[in-house]
Design a protein around this ligand. Structure first.
Ligand SMILES: NC(=O)c1ccc[n+]([C@@H]2O[C@H](COP(=O)([O-])OP(=O)(O)OC[C@H]3O[C@@H](n4cnc5c(N)ncnc54)[C@H](O)[C@@H]3O)[C@@H](O)[C@H]2O)c1
Length: 366
């Protein structure tokens, strides 16, 4: 059945491919963004490996060539009036991923900690109040975060300790959702995909002008993407700490599919709050670096890995236990399409800014 979908964070790494995937399936998709991410990139001097078109260009290209249009609204989710205006169309499904998504960014200093907390918590409250007012039967999908893997819906207790002001912002938002669902009988799903890597889906491959952002830097770059870029630049892969931290992972394609599947299903019964953990693989940082080193060596690139003091606070023991509960049985499950990703990075090697890779934001002091 065709659904009216409102997606917050439509210019994002995940948001844009999710929007295209759902429009391709025949749904009516409205995306919203205020380009915060592009502003934060400029502030800290990083950029995606491959330049991406503006959101307006991407939407207009999509609408010219595809059957189902994507509608674009520019505005700030922390602005209550803007959010209420959007909700007056009474969406069936709301997908929210309009966050400041980086732990290191949130730990840079007081300003970025405040920006992260305000952005990620105030936006969530606006959306919850708007759902209650305009569409209390809607299916609310919150794109999750690692910190929420062990959030228990039955007692509202969170077991995995948060490891940054970003993770705290996500826990606060999750508590707000849990409270609203219980109190107002809304329907909400938190979908955890693990750390996402790669940059392609069926839709991003339709045209180079439809690609999504690909970050590899110390602030917005995720682990596999960062390792692959380090490999192509001939740098040893930088492993934080002893490398035994476990990481839940999904390729962009499978993360998009998993989130979209929850958007497409009919809402479960009212008052239902569900945490959905759907990962493609669970690996240690050492396993990941090993796989990237092997894949790079197939392309004739010889690199090694190098351990540095972990700049982050990571509750390795507790986090490992939480994530291990979702460990996938198929240990042979390798990183998907990693050779292709490495080849693409080689093509754009001249864009790499090597000085943006090594961590400089530390919240554990030696
Ligand atoms: N990238 C990953 O590996 C990953 C993994 C798990 C979960 N997530 C979560 O998925 C979601 C999306 O992550 P992403 O990697 O696509 O991040 P992203 O930064 O690429 O996308 C977020 C988008 O939201 C927009 N935005 C931020 N604040 C806004 C505001 N106040 N109003 C309007 N728009 C705003 C940004 O401009 C950006 O385009 C986040 O919730 C993130 O925590 C990401």
């Amino acid at each position: 059945m065709k659904k009216k979908i409102l997606l917050f964070g439509g210019d994002g790494y995940l948001g844009w491919p999710i929007a295209m995937y759902l429009a391709n399936k025949g749904h009516s998709v409205t995306i919203c963004d205020n380009f915060n991410k592009r502003k934060w990139e400029l502030e800290i001097g990083v950029k995606p490996l491959i330049p991406i078109s503006t959101l307006h260009e991407r939407v207009s290209l999509w609408n010219k060539n595809q059957k189902e249009s994507i509608f674009l609204k520019i505005g700030d989710v922390t602005n209550q009036r803007f959010v209420y205006d959007l909700f007056s169309t009474k969406p069936d499904v709301i997908i929210h991923g309009a966050d400041q998504p980086s732990s290191p960014f949130s730990m840079k200093g007081i300003n970025t900690a405040q920006v992260t907390q305000y952005n990620n918590v105030a936006s969530g409250l606006n959306i919850l109040f708007a759902i209650k007012k305009y569409c209390p039967s809607a299916n609310y999908i919150r794109i999750g975060a690692n910190a929420l893997v062990d959030y228990r819906s039955s007692d509202g207790k969170n077991v995995g300790p948060p490891c940054s002001y970003y993770e705290l912002s996500r826990l606060n938002d999750c508590n707000n959702i849990f409270f609203a669902v219980t109190n107002w009988k809304l329907t909400a799903n938190i979908v955890n995909t693990g750390v996402v890597y790669n940059d392609q889906t069926k839709e991003t491959m339709l045209s180079s002008k439809l690609r999504t952002s690909f970050h590899y830097d110390r602030v917005f770059g995720t682990i596999v993407n960062r390792f692959c870029v380090q490999a192509v630049s001939g740098m040893d892969l930088t492993v934080y700490g002893d490398g035994n931290q476990k990481c839940a992972l999904s390729s962009l394609e499978s993360a998009v599919e998993n989130i979209a599947q929850i958007a497409e299903r009919d809402p479960v019964k009212k008052g239902k709050f569900e945490i959905i953990n759907r990962f493609e693989a669970v690996k240690t940082v050492n396993d990941i670096s090993g796989e990237v080193i092997d894949a790079a060596s197939n392309l004739g690139i010889k690199i090694d890995c190098q351990s540095i003091n972990n700049p982050r606070m990571e509750m390795v023991g507790e986090r490992n236990q939480s994530i291990a509960r979702y460990e996938l049985n198929d240990k042979s499950n390798g990183l998907k399409d990693i050779d292709e990703l490495l080849r693409k990075i080689v093509e754009h090697k001249n864009n790499i800014l090597p000085y943006t890779i090594m961590p400089i934001i530390k919240w554990i002091y030696d």
